[in-house]
Structure formats: C-alpha cells, structure tokens
Design a protein around this ligand. Structure first.
Ligand code: T4K
Length: 370
C-alpha cells in the first residue's frame, strides 16, 4: 500500500460548522457581493492585524496586480524579476507594459537592487519587485533608486502576508502599493482572493472604483475598470480565518525549524537565509540542491513523487523562459546568470499546518537516504 500523499501545501480549514453562522448571516441579508458587511469587516480587520492604513479586497491576486498598475497609470517599461510565479509578468503584458528582467540576489532570491540602474531607460516608469517566498526584498535600496529616478514601486507581495520588515513594522506598507494573494495555497486564504495595500485614501478610492468597473456612483463611470470585487462568501471565510492565523503562522514556524534542524548539515543541500526581515511567515520552504548533493534536483523531485511526496520546483522555469517573454533582450541567460542557477537547483518542500511529525520524517528520510 502506498503512503498517504504529502502535498507541498494544503489549506488550513476551520470546522465546517464554524462557517455556518457566517453563511446564515449572508442568507438572511441576501447581500452576496458589491462591498457588503463581510467585505467591509474583513478590510477593517486586515488593516488592524497587518498594521496598514488602507486595504482594498480583490477576487484574486492577479486582478489586484492588473488594477495596481492601472491605479498608478503605469506605462512603457517596468523593471521586474524573472524568478516568480508567471502572474507577476503577465500583469504587465495585460497592461501593454514591457517587462524588463533583472537578475536576482543569490541569498535572498529577490531582485538584485545593484542591477536596477543599468536596466533603467527613458521608457521606465516603475519597478515591480517580488517578496519571493515571503522573504523581504532590499526595500531601502530599491526605493532609494526609485526616488532618484522618479519611478513608482509596486511590490508583488503575494507571498508576504504578515511579514514584518527589519523595523518590526509591516513590510506591506513599503513602496507605493503592495499586492497580496489569498489563494487556497497561501498562508492566509479566502479560497480565491487578493488585496492591494495603499498608503493613502485617495489612491484607495481610485483602486476601489477601478475594481468596480470604474463606477463612482450609480450613473458615473470615470475609468475602464474591471470586476475585481471579492464576494461576501470569500470575505466571510477570511473573517473566520483571521481567528486562527496566529496558530497557522506558529505551526509553519515549527515545520521550518524542524527542517532547518534536520537539513542544516546535509552536504549539497543549501538552505535560504532570512536576512532582511524580523518575522517571516514561512509560506514556502525552498532548498537548493547543489552539485555536491549525490543526485540532481530533478532526480530528488522524482524520488519524492515515487513515495507520494509532492514537492514543487517553484520557480522553474523562469518567467523569462516562457514563449511570450523569451524574445525580450532582458530574458537572455547572460543577463540572468544567478536566476538560471537558482531555478535549476530549487525545490520547495511541503510546509503547511496539516503535516504531522511522521510526515516530516518521511520527507527528511528521502533526502538523507542519498
Ligand atoms: N504573484 C505571485 C508571486 C504568486 O505566487 C501568485 C500566485 C500570484 C502573483 C497570483 O495570485 P493569484 O491570482 O493566484 O491569487 C499555485 C497557485 O495557483 C498560485 O496562486 C500561486 N501564486 C502559485 C505559486 O502556486 P499551482 O499551479 O502550483 O497550484 P496547484 O493547484 O498545483 O496546487 C499546489 C498544491 O496545493 C497541490 O498539489 C495541492 C494543494 N492544493 C491546491 C489547491 C488549489 C490544495 O490542497 N487545495 C487547493 O485548493 O499554482
């Protein structure tokens, strides 16, 4: 008999019975969407919990990214990272913007700020870095360069729920906007969902209009907006998830600490270092399988699969390798040497709240068997 499957992630779910009272309220109000009671309550609770001024909820992180670019009127070229989920760059293409990829830093695996200046042209209007795996970018350096050249900064913070920066404050308050994903695979999930964190009320107002077709009132449309609204059912689920988020973060921390303890001295396995932040959310547990390990990253990935363990190669292939990006000058491997190496070595181990100690031992046993 095969062992039970272990997935790279599983959503943390409350008891179904706990969700029923929320559903009953929605059923009796008959308000299903368009900024109802649950939606407003979740925006308030998230602002309080995350320590930010303004949040606009969305139906997913990708539509939130598209809208963030529209809200700041970003055009021309945007400097970004090839080492991310493809939605980061797709949000640029959908807005008619050309992504310009710069290489990543080998330690943080985030955009290397030292590479930004050389990528700036007269067409550049913004920088879109990603806090990959919830690891904070070097925000001070990125924002200093942006200020010098008059560029906007939109962080793809899809992985960075509740991450604090080195001052102990919310990482999400940095830059002009930060975009979150509340997808089922994320630390905090609303089934599907996302949000934009903005620093001022005027921008939030614009974002809220854009996610509602551009309506300002019943008869006035000021922009070609989109339908990016989060439904009441998703918002209600988010309110319920807020009750357990600290337990979820602590459990993830325990898993990460176990892996670190077990893997720190395995020859050929390199662990990431948390350098720029004080509180990580452990949304992923990436390891690098280097040449010193007895088998390749892909052989280890396949071995895991044989024993019903589903690790993932986030983020391989690089975004720049996909057909719609391949022809860009900035996609050449000469321009992205570090990203190419990391993408060939990375493997994300299972990390979520449902993992038992036996599950974790199974993962470690596979690695140590080589
Ligand atoms: N920017 C960044 C940096 C992102 O990482 C993402 C999304 C976005 C933007 C866009 O945000 P959203 O528009 O998605 O809100 C997943 C997710 O679909 C995607 O949200 C996420 N990043 C990306 C990194 O991963 P897949 O194709 O790897 O997911 P999938 O379906 O293979 O799921 C992985 C594992 O999770 C499964 O083996 C089992 C488990 N799982 C998955 C789902 C969907 C569950 O247990 N339950 C579920 O409902 O893309």
């Amino acid at each position: 008999m095969k062992n039970k499957p272990i997935y790279v992630t599983q959503p943390s779910l409350p008891l179904l019975a706990e969700f029923n009272p929320y559903l009953e309220r929605i059923w009796s109000s008959k308000i299903l969407t368009n900024g109802g009671e649950m939606h407003q309550a979740l925006e308030r609770e998230l602002c309080k919990y995350l320590g930010v001024e303004n949040i606009s909820l969305f139906n997913n992180g990708t539509i939130a990214l598209l809208t963030a670019l529209q809200a700041l009127d970003i055009k021309g070229e945007v400097i970004t990272t090839p080492y991310s989920f493809v939605a980061t760059a797709h949000s640029l293409l959908w807005n008619g913007i050309t992504p310009v990829f710069v290489d990543i830093d080998p330690i943080s695996m985030n955009m290397n700020p030292q590479k930004i200046r050389a990528a700036i042209t007269s067409e550049t209007t913004a920088i879109m870095p990603v806090h990959c795996y919830g690891h904070a970018c070097d925000v001070d350096t990125i924002e200093a360069i942006a200020d010098e050249y008059g560029l906007k900064v939109i962080y793809d913070a899809a992985h960075a729920f509740a991450v604090r920066d080195k001052d102990g404050k919310s990482l999400l308050r940095r830059g002009d906007l930060s975009v979150l994903s509340f997808h089922a695979t994320k630390v905090f999930n609303t089934f599907e969902g996302g949000a934009i964190v903005s620093g001022n009320k005027e921008v939030k107002k614009k974002i809220d209009q854009l996610k509602n077709f551009g309506f300002v009132d019943e008869v006035t449309v000021v922009a070609p907006g989109i339908n990016g609204k989060m439904s009441e059912i998703n918002a209600a689920f988010g309110l319920l998830q807020m009750k357990t988020i600290d337990t979820v973060l602590n459990k993830r921390k325990d898993v990460a600490e176990y892996y670190r303890g077990q893997l720190s001295d395995v020859k050929g396995i390199k662990l990431t270092e948390d350098i720029f932040f004080e509180r990580s959310n452990n949304s992923y547990f990436p390891i690098l399988v280097t040449d010193e390990f007895p088998v390749s990253r892909d052989e280890l990935y396949e071995r895991f699969k044989e024993v019903n363990i589903f690790s993932r190669r986030y983020f391989y292939p690089l975004i720049s390798a996909f057909p719609m990006y391949k022809k860009l000058t900035s996609s050449s491997s000469d321009n992205l040497p570090v990203a190419n190496i990391i993408a060939a070595q990375v493997l994300c181990l299972p990390i979520h709240t449902e993992l038992t100690i036996d599950d974790l031992r199974r993962v470690i046993t596979v690695i140590k068997a080589f």
